[in-house]
Design a protein around this ligand. Sequence first.
Ligand SMILES: [Fe+2]
Length: 209
Amino acid sequence: MQLHRGIIIELKPDEAKARAILPAMDGMETDWLPVAQHWTHRGATYQMPRMDQQVYVIYAADHAADGLILASLYSQKHPVPTPKEGLEADSYFISTADGTKLHIKPGYVYISTPGDIEAEAKGTITASAAGAIHAETKSSLTAKAASSATVEAGSQATIKAPQITLDAPQVTITGALKVANDAVISGKSFLGHRHGGVMSGTSTTAVPV
Ligand SMILES: [Fe+2]
């Protein structure tokens, strides 16, 4: 068994293989070697070293025998990551060069990316929280259902916008309707409309028949 320190010089991501240069072996370059993975059965984990990353390469006997690229070690140049929420012994943490991060530790899951997050399910997606759920976007917000949709609040519900359109052939309001300003019905102002066939005067009309 021989263990060498190497530097990754080439990657074959779709085969989970890499080549490394071994500085202590007169700069010998390895063949394509498999990169050790944690899970390869009943699901899989996948993790490749980065270009120029320091790794450890193990050979069964001599250099002609099967080799394997083992995990890397942190170094002064590439120290242990320091996520803002801190690392614990139970932490599982991944980050990529663009700042995408996934951190799982007891009682805590953190996902962050400068790009997109996609969640896809053939079944149901349920998000529930004992506390508040807060969804905020600097762009638009769309919720679309192929069948029915319900928004329900235990106390008061408010929809606030400079303009609101209820786009439906029929709208039913089961309670009383209060309108603070005028209402226009089929083009006629409720407050400003006039009746024909009556003389103007001080009397008021009877209630509608
Ligand atoms: Fe009227």
